[in-house]
Write a protein that binds this ligand. Structure first.
Ligand SMILES: [Zn+2]
Length: 260
């Protein structure tokens, strides 16, 4: 491993070069940050995999449980962490982002049965410092700090509903709003169709999710609602569009900076 380089971020203590990167395409500079968990039994195994040419995977940064940060790929290069993904119509998120892998074993093979362990506070403090530094240097908007599950909801659930988005938001990182309280009552779910379902899909698309406006509460809608809940209403991740989910989505959209 090449440990000679100076990291782009002062928050990173060392550069451990991964060979897995390429040229940024299109716009050519990052305008979002994508947060992942490693989802492997140990951080050492994850780091070795992200530096192995056979994996064809990498991230720009790697955050250990104890808060140490390593840089694996230079920020001006395209790291390979997003995979097939979509946000606000952009499908090459690798070219448009900085990727941050956070050491956490994740959900295991059967989500729901295997709860991921919590992220240690010292690790989250390091994530906050790192995102603050990258965001300031690249002028990244708060609403463009995203989960892997936001941009690839049918394939990915990381960094998971245990990731403390609220803590980040209270530290000035990312876009979030206190979720509307969960109340008993009707919820939209699989098989329902009509204008209210299409309106929900339109709201999700307006926020950025890659949802097709089918007017039917189909599998993709259920999956994307679950991804939304994982990030913004983590108390209950069930893929049902209840009043709390819809009110939280509306509050987020209302809180977006208006674009002239
Ligand atoms: Zn990921």
């Amino acid at each position: 491993m090449d440990r000679g380089r100076v990291p782009d971020s002062p928050v990173a203590g060392e550069f451990i070069a991964s060979p897995n990167h390429g040229e940024r395409r299109g716009f050519g500079r990052p305008d979002c940050m994508i947060v992942h968990y490693t989802g492997m039994p140990t951080g050492a195994a994850a780091l070795a995999w992200l530096c192995d040419p056979a994996s064809e995977l990498s991230s720009h940064y790697f955050v250990w449980e104890d808060g140490r940060v390593a840089q694996l790929v230079a920020e001006d290069r395209r790291a390979w962490h997003a995979g097939h993904s979509l946000w606000k119509g952009e499908s090459d998120l690798n070219s448009a982002s900085i990727g941050i892998e956070i050491v956490n074993p994740g959900h295991g093979p059967s989500p729901g049965a295997d709860d991921p362990p919590p992220f240690p506070a010292v690790q989250i403090d390091a994530v906050i410092a790192l995102l603050r530094d990258i965001g300031a240097r690249h002028d990244i908007a708060p609403e463009r700090v995203l989960a892997h599950s936001d941009i690839a909801p049918t394939r990915k659930i990381d960094p998971g509903e245990k990731f403390p988005w609220e803590t980040l938001w209270r530290a000035g990182i990312g876009h979030w709003t206190p979720p509307a309280p969960i109340i008993d009552g009707a919820a939209y779910g699989r098989g329902q169709e009509g204008p209210p379902v299409r309106a929900l899909q339109a709201l999700l698309a307006l926020y950025g999710y890659g949802v097709e406006l089918t007017g039917v509460y189909d599998k993709q809608t259920q999956t994307i609602v679950a991804a939304f809940q994982r990030h913004f209403r983590p108390e209950r991740v069930d893929g049902l569009a209840d009043a709390s989910t819809i009110a939280t989505l509306r509050a987020l959209i209302d809180g977006l900076p208006s674009r002239v």
